[in-house]
Design a protein around this ligand. Structure first.
Ligand code: NAD
Ligand code: TYD
Length: 340
């Protein structure tokens, strides 16, 4: 099976490439990635010499490049390429529209021209918007995205659906909950809190800290994606969730207790604009159709993840000392507290 992975140098994409190479001996993977601030070839050093793997640097917004690549002939394309951080989308949404919306349309058009038999669009539960204390989103729930990031992902999902209905393009959309695990860029809350705690620096907790996310280990996500790539039904949407809802403050406390660090490192900061209160997914469709279940309990997965960051200090200190430093300074300032 020849697979074009777009955005494979980021967090989930690099885990997915590693998963596929480990589980599918006959696969051949080309990874097209622009290497934005979030793309990092160090995420793939262990597989870069594998003869079944090839890296191509470039953007999914480059029509000619995507077209040339697809001429090589692929059995499937899976699109991870995106601007992925909500806070950055609040600061400046332009790149989100360019890559997440226009880039997806360019991929869809190229898949149509070259008759790629399977395209999987990796989307997010954030397209459904925010929940109160009860209920879960199903694949039939309305799209009510709140952040510019979520709106750009929802727009891409609608384009994917339009290409299915209009041209019969064999596409699938997956919507997963928040991922965590190795190689996640330390702007996202779990690696941010772990790496700050390791360095005895404050953990910036937004607002009252009672916002709830459903946590899915990245390897469980990758297993679901591999299954969907093989056996999913074209035109369908699949939710992928971890059944691990946790409030942010509890995640912060768990990280600190795992590392034996004081809770006084938790520092309340100004809330995110338009901060979604809670996400939760009904995943019965995927479980019934393809027999998938998340395997890692959150406490086990988090402990392993804390261990991974503790063992890969060079990986994340290089990132934190690079261009990310300016973003961090702009976003968190001197981390001054707001009153509790
Ligand atoms: P990430 O930010 O770690 O990686 C994104 C990758 O895309 C990077 O390697 C980057 O260089 C690449 N990229 C960005 N713009 C590109 C372009 N124009 N052309 C080619 N490559 C480009 O993101 P992630 O956390 O790995 O997320 C991957 C996908 O999964 C995204 O589509 C995201 O919306 C979705 N998703 C993420 C989560 C999560 O919790 N991280 C949850 C649900 C869905
Ligand atoms: P994040 O990892 O950015 O994922 P998303 O916004 O896509 O769910 O944030 C997860 C939760 O953590 C979210 O409720 C916002 C919160 N958060 C903080 O409290 N402090 C932070 O510094 C960050 C980045 C996030």
């Amino acid at each position: 099976m020849r697979i074009l992975v777009t955005g494979g140098a980021g967090f989930i994409g690099s885990n997915f490439i590693r998963h596929l190479l480990a589980t599918e001996s006959a696969c051949h993977i080309v990874n097209l990635d622009k290497l934005t601030y979030a793309g990092n070839l160090e995420n793939l050093t262990d597989v870069e010499r594998d003869p079944r793997y090839r890296f191509v640097k470039g953007s999914i917004c480059n029509v000619q490049l995507v077209d040339e690549l697809l001429k090589e002939g692929f059995d499937a394309l899976i699109n991870f390429a995106a601007e992925s951080h909500v806070d950055r989308s609040i600061q400046d949404a332009r790149a989100f529209v360019e890559t997440n919306v226009l880039g997806t349309q360019i991929i869809l058009e190229a898949c149509r021209r070259h008759q790629v038999p399977r395209m999987v669009q990796v989307s997010t539960d954030e397209v459904y918007g925010s929940l109160g204390s009860f209920g879960r989103f199903t694949e039939e729930s309305s799209l009510r995205p709140n952040s510019p990031y979520a709106a750009s992902k929802a727009a891409a999902d609608l384009l994917v659906a339009a290409y299915f209905r209009t041209y019969g393009l064999p596409v699938i959309v997956t919507r997963s909950s928040n991922n965590y695990g190795p190689y996640q860029f330390p702007e996202k809350v779990i690696p941010l809190f772990i790496t700050n705690a390791l360095a005895d620096e404050p953990l910036p907790l937004y607002g009252d800290g009672l916002h709830v996310r459903d946590w899915l280990h990245v390897q469980d996500h990758c297993a679901a994606l591999a299954l969907i790539l093989k056996n999913g039904v074209s035109g369908e949407i699949y939710n992928i969730g971890g059944h691990c809802e946790r409030a942010n403050i509890d995640v912060a406390r768990l990280i600190l207790s795992t590392l034996g660090k004081p809770v006084t490192l938790i520092t309340r900061v100004k809330d995110r604009l338009g901060h979604d209160r809670r996400y939760a997914l009904d995943t019965s469709k995927l479980e019934q159709a393809l027999g998938w279940q998340p395997r890692r309990a959150f406490e086990t997965g988090l402990k392993e993840t804390v261990g991974w960051y503790g063992g890969h200090v060079t990986w994340w200190t290089r990132i934190k000392a690079g261009q990310y430093r300016e973003y961090y300074r702009q976003t968190y300032g001197d981390l001054s507290c707001v009153s509790p």
